[in-house]
Write a protein that binds this ligand. Structure first.
Ligand code: PRX
Length: 658
């Protein structure tokens, strides 16, 4: 390293606050610090600003309806269509030839859809869905990887008022079936396969296997032929080829259905404490307004930008900040099918260079991988088009933040560290890039209009420097409305902890721990429930446990998250073999396979540790905290309250040995 570089590194390492560069502020969408006060003084009417970013068929009458809290309603009386807002209105305003989606396949092929093209495709698929019998409010499951047909199908569903339920393509057959069963979804759109590290990956077999476990009749399955000759496949009796259906409906005109603001736009399943995934319901008006507003205020998106979020559309980040938010603002959104290191570790930076990307939004786990690979890869490419960087999904350590700032942003791009959840629909705690000082590692203050706090166990706000739990003490337009078909679980999961029902005071509990500083900045510490965050993917430990205990020869298991250099957290399984199975050396493999089958490779354990006992309290509760410490290599806490303290050292020795 040159002396100059070494000095620079040393300076960066010490610096704990960064001001947004002048050049950024000059052009930013939001630059007035008064926006916080304006929102506070004029709440909830302040949210009209978000609603004003949309085109409404029928103007709403009330901004917020809280009669039946916490079943809040936003923009009641208003009607609109999400696909109209993301497509038609831009075409009508003269942006027909502007690129809406720039897609790059892993093998290097590219496809650009202008707003005009995308509208045509969406109308053709909307007509297709109608012909198949899909009616308003029917849930359509989309089990697709990062190919343009996924956003096309989402927007086609939105156009005819059929909520979509996207299932991440990396999820297993069982996970698909569980979600289709829970949503009673009778329609599926999937594909033959996709490319990963240059190989053609079979997806249709997994989809078909999942369909066998769907408990109701599935009327129709549409299959995209992504792989051509690389994977020959045959279609079942109710299965149709996407291209054939699209050819039949080419040029179709489908009027966007006027939806009530509170009508469901989509369902997204996410993990919780218990085994059953939660069907998070998002609505048309509030969700779209909130994602558009945050895309504008936080991601600083402008129609002339090329914007790239490298998440997968199968997760909420992709829904809100690849598809709905950016397209509602009429910008160009980039999609990439593959992995960041194929064919080489500079693939993402090549895509930035080729597309002159202005804004890049990714996950800390990716940044930590880039760091590990080294700065030589981004240095190969011209990243000077970048104006703003973002991160989401897990805490970012200051070292990774600074690496991102220096090596990707060249010290001229602000970084927004955005805290939010599947349930919140959009960003909640983060800096406004044209307004606030950035502090590496800390997400920032709550966004204007968001009353997020850090509280103690009694719900009292903590002082600067103290840690506690995040709560959100007022509603916001992008919030989930309920858990699908499960209002009771909605109430117990999110509103039971801190609300005072008798006083009609409702407090949302996201189940995250956090620390507050003297400037009101919030540093997220991570989940406080039995959910772990592996590479930004949210996984329920109970779901993984139930897969493991289903394995013949495993009597009991505890699954915890342990710290991991790149993934943030990794899955650790501690299992007790049944009598007679102790010497079976394929037991760990079978445990991993069971997890693959029930959830998918994303939940694959880092290690399976067999032990004759699990550390338990005298009342028989497994001490997960100790198991987490062992997995993370941390110093072990107090074991004196255990029934079997001796087992802890035994397990720790074993983990160390491996
Ligand atoms: O623990 C928080 C973490 O991710 C959880 C939400 O996961 P999910 O619903 O899958 O949504 C991820 C994408 C929005 C949160 O409860 N999380 C999310 N963003 C951050 C974060 N932790 C720290 N910093 C963040 N910026």
């Amino acid at each position: 390293m040159s002396q100059e570089n070494a000095n620079l590194e040393a300076r960066l390492e010490e610096q704990d606050a960064f001001e947004p560069p002048e050049s950024f502020v000059e052009q930013a969408n939001v630059t007035d610090p008064g926006v916080y006060e304006e929102f506070e003084e004029n709440w909830p009417e302040c949210w009209e600003r978000a609603a004003d970013l949309l085109s409404w068929d029928e103007e709403y009458e009330t901004v917020l309806e809280d009669d039946d809290a916490p079943f809040y309603e936003w923009f009641t009386g208003g009607t609109l269509n999400a696909s109209y807002n993301c497509l038609d209105r831009h075409v009508e305003e003269g942006a027909k030839n502007r690129a809406a989606i720039k897609w790059e396949g892993e093998l290097g092929e590219t496809r650009t859809y202008t707003y005009g093209d995308l509208l045509n495709e969406v109308e053709a698929f909307a007509a297709t869905l109608r012909d198949l019998g899909v009616e308003e409010d029917d849930v359509v499951t989309l089990y697709l990887p990062m190919i343009p047909e996924l956003p096309i199908a989402m927007l086609a569903c939105a156009r005819i008022g059929a909520p979509h339920a996207v299932v991440f393509a990396g999820f297993s057959a069982d996970a698909l079936a569980t979600r289709m069963n829970a949503a009673e979804s009778e329609y599926l759109v999937t594909c033959d396969g996709y490319y990963r590290r240059g190989d053609a990956l079979d997806h249709i077999s997994k989809a078909n296997e999942g369909l066998e476990s769907v408990e109701h009749d599935v009327s129709d399955v549409v299959v995209v032929d992504r792989l051509g000759d690389d994977l020959s496949h045959s279609l079942g009796s109710n299965q149709h080829d996407w291209d054939e259906l699209m050819a039949d409906h080419e040029g179709a005109s489908v009027e966007p259905v006027s939806r009530d603001a509170e009508d469901m736009l989509f369902l997204m399943y996410t993990s919780g404490t218990t085994g059953q995934p939660k069907g998070v319901k998002h609505t048309t008006g509030g969700y779209l307004a909130y994602t558009a507003w945050t895309s504008r205020a936080v991601l600083d998106i402008k129609p002339e930008d090329t914007y790239w979020c490298s998440a997968d559309i199968g997760w909420i980040t992709g829904h809100s900040y690849i598809v709905y938010g950016p397209l509602a603002l009429g910008t160009t959104t980039v999609m990439y099918e593959g992995t960041p290191d194929y064919p080489e570790k500079d693939r993402l930076w090549e895509i930035v260079e080729e597309n002159r990307v202005d804004i890049f939004y990714t996950a800390p786990t990716a940044i930590r991988a880039f760091m590990k690979w080294g700065a030589e890869y981004p240095e190969r490419c011209d990243l000077s088009s970048l104006r703003l960087l973002g991160t989401v999904g897990e805490p970012i350590n200051p070292r990774a933040w600074k690496w991102y700032y220096k090596h990707i942003g060249n010290e001229k791009c602000p970084i927004v560290d955005t805290w939010w959840q599947t349930e919140t629909g959009g960003m909640m705690i983060t800096t406004l890039p044209g307004v606030n000082t950035m502090k590496p590692g800390s997400a920032g203050p709550p966004l204007p209009g968001i009353d997020a706090r850090v509280v103690d166990a009694e719900g009292e706000e903590v002082s600067g420097g103290e840690a506690g739990y995040v709560t959100v003490n007022n509603p916001w337009p992008g919030m989930l409305r309920t858990l699908y078909n499960n209002d009771d679980r909605f109430l117990s999961e999110y509103w039971a902890e801190y609300s005072d029902e008798d006083a009609d005071e409702w407090v949302y509990f996201p189940e995250d721990g956090a620390k507050l500083d003297d400037d009101g900045y919030i540093t997220i510490l991570g989940r406080v429930d039995d959910v772990i965050n592996v590479s930004g993917h949210r996984l329920g430990t109970m779901e993984i446990e139930s897969a493991v205990v289903g394995v013949e020869g495993i009597a009991e298991a505890a699954v915890v998250g342990g710290e991991h250099e790149v993934k943030g957290e990794a899955v650790y399984v501690y299992a007790i073999p049944e009598d007679g199975y102790e010497d079976q050396d394929d037991l760990d493999e079978r445990a991993s396979e069971a997890i693959d089958t029930s959830i998918g490779p994303i939940a694959r354990p880092e290690e399976v540790i067999f032990t004759p006992e699990l550390p338990k309290t005298r009342s028989g509760k497994i001490m997960r905290r100790l198991l987490e410490d062992i997995a993370s290599g941390n110093e072990l806490g107090d074991t004196s309250t255990l029934r079997n303290p001796e087992i802890v050292d035994e397990i720790a020795d074993q983990v160390e040995a491996e």
